[in-house]
Structures are given as structure tokens and as C-alpha cells.
Design a protein around this ligand. Sequence first.
Ligand code: ANZ
Ligand code: ZN
Length: 875
Amino acid sequence: TERYNARESEPRWQKLWDERAIFATRNDDPRPKYYVLEMFPYPSGRIHMGHVRNYTMGDVVARYMRAKGFNVLHPMGWDAFGLPAENAAIERKVAPKAWTYDNIAAMKKQLQTMGLSLDWSREFATCDPSYYKHQQKMFLDFMKAGLAEREKRKINWDPVDMTVLANEQVIDGRGWRSGAVVEQREMNQWVFKITKYSQDLLDALDTLDRWPDKVRLMQRNWIGRSEGLLIRFALDSATAPGGESELKVFTTRPDTLFGAKFMAIAADHPLAQAAALKNPKLAAFITETKRLGTAQEIIDTAEKQGFDTGIKAIHPFDPDWKLPVYVANFVLMEYGTGAIFGCPAHDQRDLDFVNKYNLGNTPVVCPEGQDPKTFVISDTAYDGEGSMINSRFLDGMTIDEAKEDVAKRLEGATRGNAPVGERQVNFRLRDWGISRQRYWGCPIPVIHCPKCDVVAVPDKDLPVVLPEDVTFDKPGNALDHHPTWKHVTCPQCGGKATRETDTMDTFVDSSWYFARFTDPWNENAPTTPAVANHMMPVDQYIGGVEHAILHLLYSRFFTRAMKATGHVGMDEPFAGMFTQGMVVHETYRKQDGTFASPAEISIETVGDKRRATLLTTKEPVEIGSIEKMSKSKRNTVDPDDIIGTYGADTARWFMLSDSPPDRDVIWSEEGVQGASRFVQRVWRLVNTAAPHLPKPGTPAGSDGPEEALALRRIAHRTLADISTSIERLRFNTAIAKLYAFVGALADVVDGPAKSLETNPAVAAAAREAFDILARLISPMMPHLAEQCWQVLGHSGLVSEAEWPEIEPKLLVDDTITLPVQVNGKKRSDVTVARNASNGEIEAAVLAIDAVKSALDGKSPRKVIIVPQRIVNVVV
Ligand code: ANZ
Ligand code: ZN
């Protein structure tokens, strides 16, 4: 046979699939639906190996479920708004729109060479006005429902670039591009009220049993629910600034109250502001602390610093016990009450703080086995279990008992008319600020009128379309600089007004695209609820773990908000979630210390050593560590090159074969070549066998010779194993089984017995086995599978063939083959379950033709069974 020519075959099948539109999904298809989705790509210009891995996995699931008889929805689109398009506009003078759509066209071509079973008829880009029109509509719906609001928020402002920066864009207090010292500004921002669902988003995680535990835990931590006590500390009036009489703190450890050494408040706490009025040094400290910002990383890494305000707070259980109140850089205004009491013995941050300011510590929880008299804390706080010490009425209690006791007492105590303590649940989750001072995003559809304040753009005026005649010659938001776009008349009073020039965070675009895919043709509404309710939720979502928190959480919020505003009927968008590992590759370092790319070198294996040399100069190259593919390490491999050289099937196969899908996969030339050899092996085997196989549909017998039965058993065993492997997304296991199966087929086809040619039962079993093989490889290597299916004499497409039916009786799991003697002479073999009873073995033996004829009508005197060894029939 000729070698399999992927370059010729793959485009041919792709064209045929496309012409017959076999992957187009009808929403009214009566079969049960299955929605499989991979995170849609950002159109950066070219697909990378991470995409190849992600989309291959999704495609395997889609093709498998289709063969299993489901109405599979497997769509694709583009997450097309975002900053890189604006940067391209600045750097290369191309319009963001043109840049984006050009990239989409290029990447779509690339994706099409992968042979993915996608329904392209549903394709859209989030920058299409026909998409964001509905997003604007939903924004207005959310506004009416109280789920979108305008709020004053602190933001990082870059005074040179004139833009808001995300926390990650602030490096050591400076803008990542401009290097300017970033200011904290209060600005009006639109927020989505995700915190309305904090508890629900948390609780529902328990129902998502097809999500990785790791991802659920990350979500749980991000939501960050804590139960604690709100305590109103009275301020010592001799020290408090005018008008201030108390300080509220939130604590999760009220049990540690007798270990308190200080109080601390955030730099922007009102009490700090009040105290700073008469204290310029404090004012300077506050300004400096605020300048550094309140991003979590900054707080976690910066040295703990404080400034004593001179104010004293009074201990709630002892009027004579006064605690100094500090302004501290590790207390956030946004969490709890923006104030804490510090118990250094049992909190590391507090301990670092007191050690710096010599405030001392008193342990109040003593670990079991420690002597309370000698238990001391020096550099490491103790946050474990134990019993209370140095705590008056709490002594001897467990932590939980002490928490409860303190809560009860303080709830009962009153000052003024209010209780001193109040149980409270706090969440770390903040409302989602969506305003971005950017051009290339979805315009927020409101108008600001000096008379009417904020006015919604009327439905009939949607979408608010981005102008295309924008310039990027000035820093700041190009929408804001546009000469005419923002100047409008107020829809309410007809007076002069201006459009909102902020656009939405691009996370909004990706928070509902999965719902839009269910009916992207609806021009009048974001979804067609009946259709969305039928096709949703996504049964299997696959993507990178980098999106495990925000994207998934925002999508879960958005689905709830869409439900509240009548666009869908469910809470949870993704019933099954899977996070794939990264594609990693060796690095190569040239003698001058720079990196060489895999395409620039050749590798030779000498003995068990691999040696790399530069193709151009033959200089030796050092083989370095294996790292995530990145431009800076130059260890990327271009999917186009791989597909051009080996074909998509080889790339897909290798991508799935080497590692569990949730782990990193090491891309290697040797590995791809191995996959490529396997493609050729399957092809040759199918072609060698095909002429000897009976015609399609010939049934394989169930009582043939052992060789035929053995082949049937391995075929059905493989079928069963691969079905479960794919269902559990264990693609590498599926592939290992396929290697073994192909090995077994090779034994039959190439074996010395030539039984394929001489034994019709074996040929019939082989027909069945090869038909199974073609279907088993089709989810992973769809083009090769089509070609084999054709060679095997089928007229239809394997992509449309049903998944083979398992014959359960061929799955007899653990069998044993025993020689059978009649009066001491070997007549046959019997294959039985390893744990078969003697009765079962005897029945099987007496049913064998060879035994029957040896018995010649007589009935046996005795059947002697030597367990696991031999059966002797005595006449
Ligand atoms: C006293 C105490 C003693 C605390 C102790 C902890 C350990 P979670 O679990 O995250 O809710 N805290 C409260 N508000 C804060 C703020 N705005 N900025 C910084 N820290 C704040 O954490 C609650 C604990 O974090 C609270 O309990 C408080 O310190 C601190 F041995 O109170 B604790
Ligand atoms: Zn008005």
C-alpha cells in the first residue's frame, strides 16, 4: 500500500463534511441534546498549541457523543474585544476593527485545518454589533433589576496614560507602561451586583459535581465567606477626635479578645482621616500608604507598617484596658469594617506588626500537650486548636466554646441602645466593576444629562455602535476624544447630553456567549428562552485553569442575572467543567546565551544521550529545561508547521496521547514522529486486511474458533474501555488501549497462521474488529478514520456512523483457558471465567463439539476439574 497522505486526504474530508453540513446542529432535533464547548479564543492572530490541545479534547467529546446518538451542539466564536487591538492601532496604525477581523479570518482558516466537528453556522465575534447589541440590552435590563449600578469606586489612575489600570498593571506603585506614579482616584464606575448572589454562588458549588474539586475550591476561596462577630469598641473620649465615640471591627476570632494588643484601621478609614486633621505626620503616612494602593499582592508582600494615632480604644470586657489605635497598611477599607483588633500571638500579620513596634504578645490559646505556664510565642503565631488560657472567664474552653461565649456576652451587652456585639457573615467577593476607559469594547448604553442624570439609551436606539473614525494619537480613551460621537440629545428631556464613553470589561462579553450560541440568529433578543432552556446548560466545558476563577464566576453570576431578567431559565451555565494542562516544550540555548527555536535545531540520539545542534552553523546547542511554550523562551511550535508536515490527525493524536489531559503535556519532535508512525501503521494494517474481509455487515459468530473469539473479545473490551475513557475525559488511557488493540490486530493480519485468509470465522471477527477500530479512532483522528472506513468498504461517513454496540458477553472480564482431555487425551480447550464454578465449567466442557464426538453419545462417568489447570472427562 501507498503511505497515507494526510496532506491530500485531510482537506478532502474537511470539504466533504462542510458540503454535507454534518456538524450543523438543529435546535429542534428530537434526540437528547449534548452541548460541548471549549473556551472561545481571543483573535490574537494565530492559533497556538494550547488551542490545539483544548479544541482537540472538545472535538473528541463532540464526535463521540454524536456517534452515541446525541444532538451535539459544538459551536465556535471569537472573544474579540480587548486591549491588544488598540495597541496594534497605536503601534502599527491599523484600525482595531480591521486588525481583529483579519485575525479572525486567519485563525479560522487554521482551525479549519484541524478537522474540528464545529457548527460554524453559529459563529460570531463579540465585537459584532449584532452580538453586543444584546449585551447592551441586558445591561439595561440588569439596571432595571438593580443588578447594575453606578458607584463611586477607588481606581488606579495612570496620570500619564490617562487611564485606569487593573491591579496587575500597577507595578511597585507605578503604571506598567508609563512608569508614572499611580494615583488612587475615586471615580463613578458601573458595577454588576454579583455580591447579591454571594451565598448562592457558594452554595451551588456543591451541586456542580462534574467540576474539578480544585476549581470549586478556588471559587469558594474567592467568594471567601467568613462567619464572625462585629464588635463596637468604645473610644477613650480623652483621646478621640471630636465627634468620634466608637470603632467597629469585624473579627473571626472573638475568642482571642484577651490577647488583644492593639487596634488597626485602614488608611482611608474615617477615623484615620479625622485623626490626621491635627497630625501632619499621620496625614503624610496616610497619603503614602494610599499611594501604594490596596491591591492584595501589595498588601501581602509589603512590610507591615503602622502609625500610632494616639487614640485609645476600650476593651469590651474591661473598662480599664486601653488599646492603642494604629493606622496600618495591611488593613483594607473594602473588607469588613476596615478596622481590626490585633491579637499577635495567634495571627502572623499581627505578630510581625507588634514585633516591629514592641507591643508584645500574650498567648490565649494553648496547644494540647503544651504547658500553659511555659508556652510562649516569639516569631511564629499559633493558629491551631487548643484550650483557652490567660482569658479570665474563657479559660479552659475550646476555641469554639470561647467564640460562642464571647458572642453571647457581647450580643447581650449594650451601649447606647445597641448591642456591643453582633454576629455577622462577611464575603471577600466584591461587586464586579465593569467600566473601562477603553475604545475597543462594548459601549455602555447610557447617556448623562445635566438635568435628568443617567438615562438609558432607548431600546430602539440599540446598539450603540462604536465609531470607526477614531484616532489613537493621544493618550486616554479614543471614544472620549471623538469629536462628535458622545454629543447627543437627552432621550428624556431633549436637552444637550453626553454618552457614557466607558466600555464594558471584556469579561462581560465572555459571560454569556455560551447562551447566545443556542440561537445566534435571534435579532430581537439575546436568547430565545425556550431554545436556550433546551440546549443549556453546557454539558461539558473545557478550558484553561487560568480562567478557573473570574470567568467562571462571572458566567455563573451572569446566568443568574439573565434568569432574573427573563433570558434563561437556569442558574448554572456549565454542568461539567474540565481544566486542561499546558503544552510545554524543551528549551534550547545557543552558545551566546540566547534561545534557539525548535525549528532551528536538529537533535541526534547517540546511545542514550540526545545532542542538539544548530541547523545553520552546526554549533552545539544546550538542551535546557522544559517550560511552558512562550515567545520569550522561543520554545513554541507552530500548529501550522506541524499540521503541514504531519497532518492534523497526527497532531491531535500526539496531543492526547502522552499525558493525562489535566496535566502538562511535553511536546516533542520524537513524540510527534511516533504518532505519525502509528497513523501509517493503522493505514497499512487496514489496507492489508481489507481485501480478506467479508463484506460489511457480515455478522461475527459467537462460537467460532478461539482465535476469532479472542479477537472479538479484545475488540469489545477495547470498545468498552474507550467509551468509558472518553466519557471520563481520560484520553491518554483511551489511546493506550488503542495502541494495544492495533497490536492485537497486527498479530492476526501479519501472523504466521494466515487465518484471515483461511478461516472465515476469523475473517468475520476481523471485519467486526476493523469496523470497530475505524470508529474508535474517529474521535481522535477523524480524517484517517474516514479514509479507513472507505477502504473497509463502507459507503457512508464514519463521522456519521453510530458508535458500535458492545456485546456484554464478550466482556467476560477475567477468563482462563483450560485444556480439556477425554480419558486422558487432549481434545480441546475451554475458555471460562476465572471464577467459574465447577458446574459452569462442566457444562461448558460438555457443550464442546470435539468433546461430544469423543464421548460418542455416552454419558461421562466423571468430570475431574483441577482448578486453574486442566479438565479431564472420564467415560
Ligand atoms: C482578631 C483576630 C485574631 C483575627 C486572630 C484573626 C486572628 P477572614 O477569615 O478573611 O474573614 N480583618 C478583618 N477585617 C480586615 C480588614 N479590613 N483588613 C485586614 N484584615 C482584616 O479574616 C477575618 C480576620 O481578618 C479578622 O479576624 C481580622 O482579624 C482580619 F488571632 O480579628 B481577626
Ligand atoms: Zn435630560
